[in-house]
Design a protein around this ligand. Structure first.
Ligand SMILES: [Zn+2]
Length: 305
């Protein structure tokens, strides 16, 4: 609490500026199990280069595999993007079946696997943004990070791109490019909505607009929609910066005292202050599905996860 007050005191003197945003991409792709994945990865990297945006990727071995999927992550590093830790097995630390010791071992496995890449950062993105269901796990992980010269890499803006991607892939598979295009539009609107939500929540809590970090995934929808996505954000007054620059914001050093721990760091700070109207989980397909269903954009066969 005192930390937050100090923050507030510091920030009243900082002049207003454009809202800033950085892009992080979780998971990675595996061409060994998904042959088109190399193309999507190349598309993402080409768009980022064209748009002159530095991003950060958080691969998990469970998603990339140890073969050609790992080589795709090396391409991100070679293109000047940062690479962070997303564990080897992509397990949720909020699951009672995931022990602290197992989780730490899986962070170390990922470090051993990707740690040689030039863009590597000792920064951990918790799978599913879950930072522990007990105080022992949450605080044990916070201590481990500190002792191992690691930092947590939370997001400020959480969203459900994975769900829109699921629908997008279904429509493309059904040969309905019209519906797929509508999903793209709905998806961009969804991201703008979530960004506006977390921005107002952050302003309410911090009294200022932080340097935002957006959660995305390495998927086909983002590979196809990235240029439109970026131009939509720019049209709404957002300016893009690199994630490493955004992570310098003191917002990302906060350690809210909540359980289960995690979600967006902005949401977690709001929860720690008992702000009314917070939903849990903060983002999920269940919130997106009804409106998309009403627009006829949920294919009969694709039930949300
Ligand atoms: Zn993930």
């Amino acid at each position: 609490m005192t930390r937050l007050l100090m923050l507030l005191a510091l920030l009243v003197v900082i002049p207003a500026r454009a809202q800033t945003l950085s892009l992080t991409f979780d998971d990675g792709l595996d061409p060994d199990t998904q042959p088109a994945a190399a193309g999507w990865n190349a598309q993402l990297l080409a768009h980022l280069e064209q748009l002159q945006i530095h991003a950060m990727v958080f691969p998990s071995l469970a998603r990339t595999g140890t073969g050609s999927g790992t080589a795709l992550i090396a391409q991100w590093s070679a293109a000047g993007h940062a690479v962070g830790n997303h564990t080897s097995e992509h397990r949720s630390l909020a699951a009672s079946s995931t022990s602290l010791a197992t989780f730490i071992e899986q962070v170390e496995q990922a470090q051993r696997h990707y740690g040689h890449l030039p863009g590597w950062q000792r920064m951990l993105r918790f799978p599913y943004l879950k930072e522990g269901n007990t105080a022992d796990k949450r605080d044990g992980m916070r201590s481990w990070l500190e002792e191992n010269d690691y930092r947590a890499a939370p997001v400020s803006i959480d969203a459900s791109d994975w769900y829109y991607n699921l629908l997008y892939l279904s429509w493309l598979e059904n040969g309905d490019s019209g519906k797929a295009g509508q999903i793209q539009q709905a998806y961009i609107q969804h991201l703008l909505d979530r960004a506006a939500y977390y921005e107002q929540l952050a302003r309410q809590l911090l009294g200022r607009s932080p340097d935002h970090v957006l959660l995305l995934h390495t998927n086909r929808l983002n590979a196809d929609a990235l240029p439109q996505l970026v131009s939509a954000f720019q049209g709404h007054g957002w300016r893009f910066i690199s994630p490493l620059q955004a992570f310098d914001d003191v917002l990302y050093r906060q350690q809210p005292d909540i359980l289960p721990a995690g979600e967006s760091i902005v949401w977690a700070l709001a929860k720690a202050q008992d702000l009314p109207g917070l939903r849990y989980p903060a983002e999920d397909a269940r919130y997106e599905q009804p409106a998309l269903q009403a627009q006829g954009l949920v294919p009969a066969k694709s039930a949300p996860r």
